[in-house]
Design a protein around this ligand. Structure first.
Ligand code: SIN
Length: 534
């Protein structure tokens, strides 16, 4: 079914994490804003962020040092101009969030912000609200958005495809997942803030609906996609003995406060992998854990903070303490069983720091953007910073869009063709499961030429089946997401095959070293990569 009405606004924002909502609040001064979210506003990766947001707010720290740490962890692939701009925006972003009543923790003795330390940082610079920073940021942003006059939020609305006229994006087809009807949205500028794609893999810290929708839609619209092979594994998710979820994060901030990783023999192993031990960059810690698990045959390793004062642990990490306690682990006494899992996508839709893509009137901000800020590996707690900074620069960039027309009348009605109701939804759930398993097994922490070829053969076959299914049957949220994860999986595999080296989060047994000058991988629809062996 299709709604006759066309929803018009100056700006169409898809996604409600820190990037989407901060952008919406800023541009509400310039014009009307429609904000779409597949579920409820607060159901996004931002809500789950524990560690905090990295920014330079102390006299002992400097912008130069934060830039240098970001570049070093990014393994030569960061775009230094973008890093400089985003890091510079940090202090202002903190003031903006504080003015929205995000109550970052302060040191009781001096009143200054209490700063956490995480892997790869040479200074304490992670602002946090205990261990539930993201949830508090989302509370503040959703409150402000609800009060804003010029913003309408459409919950349970899932963007299906962007609509283009003469290479410009003029809006989107959107599935109202409650009413099961497709609606048309038109705007002067469309902003994708759809977050990551952790659900392309079996084990992830991401929310259920992190299916890379923005990247898949932008790719279909002809945007250039970059560096998708750089999938960051977080080293420490709570081990779930059923092996089915693995989604609760044990923040890196624990290691910043001294927690150590122990193998099955109870011995620390990180000092033999890197001089910074547990505070080495994430790719190194995640690979070391993977190697220890493979070497010993263990299903998990332990993270131990129990030697710290119990009151300190309960006060600094209340959410982690409570969640582990519910799972039968008292972290003030016991070590925590942990495993690495997919956490963050360092690449995405090619964009500058203001989210401008190479498709007219299409912006991409936050995790779905590939700006070169993270390079080959993201520095801990730089993602909330990126979301807040890009929201600011994008809001400046769209000021010039006030003269562009809203071409609502040019969006044709949604054409469902001959589609009928899907007869066997089991095909969708089965295919989804197959993709997530093959990505975990063949395109995970350690890759090889053979594994990537196998993955490519399988994803090609599955994509054909999914496309057939997509055109034969009426769209459902599951089907839309399945098509998107297949597209994102294909992009990750193809780019992983293009990169004939190991760098940052991309490790290939057949090319174990970095090879010469760092180069971004690039793909767009119909574009044949120069490397014929892809
Ligand atoms: C964490 O708290 O360990 C996650 C922070 C991040 O991903 O930057």
């Amino acid at each position: 079914m299709m709604s006759e009405e066309i929803y018009e606004s100056d700006f169409l924002v898809i996604g409600t994490g820190i990037a989407g909502l901060m952008f919406s609040l800023k541009v509400a001064q310039l014009g009307s804003v429609s904000v779409l979210t597949k579920r409820k506003m607060y159901e996004c990766a931002t809500s789950r962020a524990q560690g905090g947001i990295a920014a330079v707010v102390s006299d002992e720290d400097s912008i130069a040092s934060h830039v240098e740490d970001t570049l070093r962890v990014g393994s030569g692939l960061c775009h230094s101009d973008v890093v400089e701009k985003i890091v510079r925006r940090g202090p202002e972003a903190i003031s903006e969030l504080a003015s929205l009543e995000v109550d970052f923790c302060r040191d009781e003795s001096c009143g200054e912000y209490e700063l956490g330390l995480e892997g790869g940082h040479s200074h304490r610079r992670v602002l946090h609200v205990k261990d539930h920073t993201g949830a508090d940021i989302m509370r503040a942003l959703t409150d402000a958005v609800r009060k804003a006059d010029n913003i309408i939020v459409f919950e349970d609305h899932m963007a299906v495809n962007l609509v283009q006229r003469s290479n410009s994006v003029i809006g989107a087809y959107v599935l109202d997942t409650k009413e099961r009807i497709v609606k048309r949205f038109a705007a002067r500028a469309t902003v994708l803030a759809t977050g990551g794609a952790g659900k392309v893999f079996l084990y992830t810290s991401n929310p259920e609906h992190a299916t890379g929708d923005g990247i898949a839609m932008a790719y279909r619209a002809g945007a250039t996609i970059t560096n998708m092979e750089f999938i960051q594994f977080h080293p420490t998710l709570l081990y779930d003995p059923t092996g089915t979820s693995r989604s609760f994060l044990i923040s890196e901030a624990l290691r910043g406060e001294g927690a150590v990783l122990l193998g099955p023999d109870g011995e620390r192993f990180m000092p033999s992998y890197h001089p910074d031990a547990e505070l080495a960059p994430r790719d190194i810690v995640a690979r070391a854990i993977d190697q220890e698990m493979k070497r010993t045959g263990a299903d998990f390793v332990h993270l131990d903070i129990s030697f710290k004062d119990a009151d300190f642990i309960r006060n600094r990490f209340p959410m982690i303490y409570e969640t582990c306690l519910k799972a039968g682990i008292d972290i003030t006494v016991d070590p925590i069983p942990v495993v690495p899992a997919v956490h963050y996508m360092c690449g995405g839709v090619k964009a500058d720091e203001a989210g401008r893509t190479d498709v007219d009137r299409l912006f991409v901000i936050g995790e779905s953007a590939g700006t070169g800020f993270h390079g080959a590996n993201r520095l801990a707690s730089n993602s909330l910073l990126e979301g807040a900074a890009m929201a600011h620069y994008a809001a400046e960039a769209v000021q010039s869009y006030s003269g562009r027309p809203i071409q609502a009348e040019e969006i044709p009605p949604w054409d469902p063709g001959e589609a009928t109701d899907p007869d066997e939804m089991i095909v969708v759930t089965h295919t989804w499961d197959e993709i997530r398993r093959l990505m975990m097994n063949y395109v995970g922490i350690v890759r090889s030429r053979k594994r990537l070829i196998r993955a490519r053969n399988r994803i090609d076959l599955l994509s054909k089946e999914i496309n057939q299914f997509y055109w034969d049957f009426k769209i459902t949220p599951d089907l839309v997401e399945l098509r998107n994860i297949a597209t994102v999986a294909e992009l990750i595999i193809r780019m992983a095959r293009m990169r004939k080296e190991s760098r940052g989060t991309h490790y290939n047994l057949d090319y174990p070293e970095e090879s010469g000058a760092p180069v971004d991988t690039i793909l767009r629809k119909g574009y044949l990569p120069i490397s014929a062996t892809e």
